[in-house]
Design a protein. Sequence first.
Lengths: 416, 476
Amino acid sequence: MPISIKEVICTKEGFTTCASKILAGYRSPYDATVVRKLFDADAILIGKVNMDEFAMGSSTENSSIKLTRNPWNLECVPGGSSGGSAASVSAGECVISLGSDTGGSIRQPASFCGCVGLKPTYGRVSRYGLVAFASSLDQIGPLSRNILDSAVTLSVIGGKDPKDTTSVDLPLPDYLEKIKQGIDDNVPIRIGLPKEYFTEDLNKEIKDLIMKAVQALEKQGAEVVEVSLPHTEFAVATYYIICTAEASANLARFDGVRYGFRHTDSRNIIDMYKRTRSDGFGAEVKRRILLGTYVLSSGYYDAYYLKAQKVRRLITQDFEKAFQKCDVIIGPTSPTPAFRFGEKTQNPLEMYLSDIYTISVNLAALPAISVPCGLTQEGLPVGLQFIGKHFDEEHLLSVAYLYEQNREKDIGFPLL
Amino acid sequence: MEYESVIGMEVHVEINTQSKAFCSCSTNFHAPPNTQVCPVCLGMPGVLPVLNKEFVNKAIAVGLALNCSIAKWSKMDRKNYFYPDLAKNYQISQYDLPLCQNGYLEIEVKGEKKRIRILRAHLEEDTARNTHDLGGGYSGVDFNRSGVPLLEIVTYPDLRSSEEVFVFLTELKQLLEYLGVSDCNMEEGSLRAEANVSVREKGSDALGVKTEIKNVASFSGVVKAIEYEVDRQIQTLQSGGKVIQETRGWDPDRGVTFSQRHKESAHDYRYFPEPDLVPLAVSDKWVEQVRQTMPELPQTRRKRFQEEYGLSLYDASVLTSTKVMADYYEKTVQLGADPKQAANWIQVELQAVLTYENATIENSPITPEHIAQLIALVKDEVISGKIAKEVLRKVFKTGKSPEEIIKEEGLVQITDIEAIRKIVREVIEKNPSQAEQYRSGKDKLFGFFVGQIMRETQGKANPKIVNDILKEELNK
Ligand SMILES: [Zn+2]
C-alpha cells in the first residue's frame, strides 16, 4: 500500500522539516508510532509531503519548501495545512496519506481536493512523533480516495500508545468489517443539521450541494433534525487563543541549540536565539508565537487563556446537547471551495475563517470526516462534513459510507 | 529597635528513581556527557512525556512524612523560559495544583519544639548542565541530567534564625535519607536549598521586603549566607536605607551575599497546564500503598529507642541520625547484644575504628554480627574489653570474625584461677622490694603489679581474677 506522509510526522526515512526553514534538512532519529504501525502493516512510504509551516495555515502557502497546487485547478490552493497530503491522494500519487488536523487541517484540504479526510477523536490515535503545534487539539488521521481506505487506516494507526498518555485505552474495532456490515435497518439514523452552520455566510452553491446530500440520506431512511450549537460564533476566537498559547511553548524548542537551523553570525546566546528564530520561522508562525506568548502573559492569562478554556467547555457541551437529539451532525467542511493563490494571504483573519466549520470539532475533541459531495459550476470539489460522538468512529464512518454508496454521482478524479 | 528575621526555605530534592521523570533514560547523570539521553529528554520534535510512577510514589512518601495532604487531583504545568540547559525551553512543573500541600516538619531548637509549616511539595524535572570550560569560545550542554526528577519543597516563612534553618535542613535531610528517596548530596546538587530572607521589627506581624538567596552548596553555607543577609538587611534599615526585593548569590570565599537579579527583571514564566500529560489522579488506595512501604521515621524511631532500649536522648539521637546506623544498631541488639553495650560499642569503639580507617558504616567490613559477637565474648569473659577493642581493629583489617581472630592469635582470656595464681606468685617473687613497700602502705603499687601480670600474659588474664588473687597474695 503506497502512502505519503505529511512532513510534520516523524520518519527515520527522509526529512521531517515541518516545511520550515528552521528544520531544513532535519532527519528524525525515530519513527512516529503511527508510522511504525503502518510499516508493520506493510505500507510503503513513497514520500513526505508539503504542508503549511508547522501545520499553521489553510492553503499550504505558508510552506518554506515549495508551492503545492490543487489537482482540480492548478491556479487554486490545495487547502491546508495538509495540502500536500490531499493533493497527493487526489492526483493519484498514493492511496493513502497521513495528515494532521488541529483545526481542520485534514478535512479542509480533503474538501478542496475532492478526497476523503478523517480526523479521529482526540486520543484515538497516538500523537507520539507528531511534531506538536497545539497538543490539546492535534490529531493524526488519513486522507484517501474513499471511506473504506480511511477506515482501514484508522484500524491500523489507532489505539492506546504507552508513549502518549493522552491516547485512550478503548477497544479498537475493525472498522472495515463494521462498515461493510452496514447499519441496522431497524435503528433509524438521526442526522442533526446545526442551524448556525447554514447562515447567510455560507456559499449558496455549497449550501445546495449539502442539502442534496441530506436528501440522499433521507432517501435511505435517515431522520433529519435541526440542532443548535449556540457557541459556534466564539469558536474561531477560542481556537486562536488556545492553539497559539500551546504553540508558543511547543515551538520554543526550535532555538538553534541542538538541531535544525542555527544562525551562525551572532554575538551571544540571546542574539543567537533571536536571529535563529527571526530567520528560521515564517511570518504566520511568528504571528502565532507572538499571539500565544501574549495570551499567556501575566495579567492577560485570565482574560484570554482561562476564558478560552471556559468557552471551550461550553462548545463541547453544545455538542453533547445536540447529540442527545441526533447520532451524527452534518454540515459543510469549508465555507468556500478552493480559492486562488494569494487571495487570502494578505488577510490572516479571512484565512482563519476558512476553518470556521472544522475548528469546533477539535475544540470538542470529536471525530469528523469530510466526504466529497459534488463540484461547483467552476468544477471545484465541495466537501460534506460528518461529525460523530466521542470515540464513535464506527457509527460516523458507517453513516458517511452509506452516503458515499448512495450519493447522486461520484465526482471522480481530476484530469491531470 | 530590635529586629527579628523571617525565613522561608525552598528545597529542591533530586529523587533517586531508576529512570528519569518523563522517559526511560537512567538517572545516572555522572556518566560521560550526553550518554544518558533519548529524544524525549533532548526535547526532539514530536516527543511526548510519560510520568514515571516511581517518582510519584516517592513524592507521595515525602509528602506523607511531611504531614502533607496528598491531592486527589493534581496536574503538571509548563514553566516557560529560554535557557540552553532547558531542552524544550519549558520545564514541566506543577503550578497551582501541587501533589502535596499543607504539611509541617517539627524541629527542636534549644529544647523547644516548633512546627515549620510546609506550603507545598511539587513534582518537576531537572535541567541539563552547561559547561563553559570547553575552550574555543564555546559552551557545552550535558543533557544527562535533563529530566531527572525533582521535588521542590516550599515552607512558610516560619523560621526565625539561621540555627532554626540548620536544624530544619538537618531534620529534612534525615527524613529524606530514611525514606531512601534521595542521595541528599548538597555538593553534587542532589539537595539544593534556597532561602527567602526578610527582617522586621520584633513582635510585628508585617512581613519585610525579602531577598532570595540562591546557589549555596552546603548547609553551613546556607547558615552563613542567612546570617550575613540578616545583618546586611538590619544595617541597611538602621542606616535609613531600604531593602530591595532581589535574588542574591553567596560568595563563600568573601563570605558575602551579592545582588544577582532585581525583581523588575524577574521572569514571567507564563505557566499553563501541560497538555501532553493527563491530570494526575491519586486514589486513597494508592496513598495507602505508599504509606505501607514507608519505613519508621527518624523522630518516631528516636523516641522508640529511648523507650524500648532505655537509651538517653543523646544516644538515641546519634544512633538514629541515619537509617543505616539505626538499622545497624537494631540488628546488633536483635542478635542478642545488650542494648546499652551495643549503643556504646557502635557509638564509641566502632566509630573510632571507622574514623581511624577513614571508612563509613556502609563500606566497613565490620557487621552487626561481629559487634554482637564481641559483646558476647566480653560478657562471657572469653576476652577482656581491652583485647576486644584490638580484635575489632583486626576485624576491619581482615574481614574475619572475632572468634576466628581470637582462635588464630590465641587471645582467649586466662580465667584459670590456679594458672593466674602461679603467675601472680612469680611476679611477686621477682619484685620483693615493691611487695614490701606495698605491704607497708604504698597502695599505688598495686597497679604496678597488675601491669607486670598483664605483660606476662599478653593482656589475656581476666582482670577481675587478677585483682582478686593479687590482693590475696600481697596481703598474705
Ligand atoms: Zn531520556
